[in-house]
Write a protein that binds this ligand. Sequence first.
Ligand code: SF4
Length: 343
Amino acid sequence: MKNIYGLTYVQLESYLLELGEKKSKAPFIYQGLYKQQIDSLLDIPAIRQSLLKQLEEDFSMTLPRLVEQTEGDDTTKFLFSLEDGSLIEAVLMRQKYGNSLCISSQVGCNMACAFCQSGRFKKVRNLLPEELTGQIIYIQKQLHLTISNIVLMGIGEPFDNYDNVMQFLEIISHPHGLALGPRHVTVSTCGLVPQIEQYASHPAHGLLAISLHAPDDETRSRLMPVNRRYPVAQLMDAARSCILKAGKKIMLEYVMLQEINDHPWQAQLLADLIGCDAFHVNLIPYNETQNLGFTQSSRERILEFYDVLKKNHITVTMRREFGSSVNAACGQLRADYEKQQKQ
Ligand code: SF4
């Protein structure tokens, strides 16, 4: 049975037409699912019962099942189990400008970034569109809140699950549904160049963040194996062409690792690489996880790095260390949970 949260608006219209119904019923169904957030398909208002019964026969409304919820000061972390028992994570961040949700896009991840706990779990499978949408719906319903921003920065590489992620963006951006438009969704990639090029031309694309983490190939290849396939120069060319096509700034994520990527010469190289104001650099204090062998850069080193970028007129911010009290580094909650289960 198909899950209704994986259906785009256009697919819902086609389904109705196949039943011999009018597609003008689609807005009521989408609004019931995403605005009223009904618990049963039989509760959708303004649709006759026989059609609702048909919907109920044809579709499930299964959401991810909560396994563990951990509260921090301004973050809540959720560990979910999917229908096949796979574990994924999502992190809710309460910010001044609204609630942001960071969601997972895959079960595990094949990108093997050296500083990331999730990179230790090989990819098992891609998340389906309904499993992406389900993370949002579950949290909105359970916590009675509205999520205003989505970030695909949890477990997995979203562009390694390109088609499902784009279908998900189409679902959540529809005005009769969650209406999370392009300015409210950020897809974060470790640097898959062909998909970056595709993304800029896709009608449902949102904002783009690139996990850069080093401006030189030697350091970046050590931290992120993907750099051996798509080196820095090629990645930055793709990013520039994406800016030209989509006309939106790109966020360059830069996790600060003591004595690895936080040297002033690397800040200068990064500034030279950027060379224009269409990028925004976000410096992130490393969230230290167990046994990965990296240390968070000292505050002095982060400030020195920041100053070099500022002197070169680069737009740069320092991210507050979100969620260290709730194991918010991606993959960390899952790792801790699985360890407990084995004891
Ligand atoms: S940082 Fe992202 S892309 Fe890299 S291993 Fe972790 S989840 Fe995968």
